[in-house]
Design a protein around this ligand. Structure first.
Ligand code: SF4
Length: 88
């Protein structure tokens, strides 16, 4: 929750306690239980620590993380690029 909250801009803080306090302030009571799980699951399956999967992220339009990752472009094959293969 600390990483995802800081990354997305949902709550900023230098410690998990600071982030938690902000989240508690801004999260409506009826979503509190769900929000806890959603943030954990989002960090586990989409907003991964080392390489967040921004191209398939459902909240990418809301997230303030500026170095968003991009989809990996398909590798060019020699046939697709029109290059002739060299035989030796
Ligand atoms: S857009 Fe990227 S950095 Fe932002 S929440 Fe989604 S996966 Fe994480």
């Amino acid at each position: 929750m600390f990483r995802v909250s800081n990354r997305t801009g949902l709550a900023h803080g230098k410690t998990p306690d600071e982030v938690e306090a902000q989240l508690m302030r801004i999260t409506p009571l009826k979503y509190l239980h769900g929000a806890h799980h959603w943030l954990i699951l989002h960090g586990r399956y989409t907003c991964l620590a080392r390489k967040p999967e921004c191209p398939r992220c459902g909240i990418a339009d809301l997230c303030t993380y500026s170095p968003k990752t991009r989809a990996i472009a398909p590798a060019k094959t020699s046939a697709a690029s029109g290059a002739k293969s060299k035989k030796r």
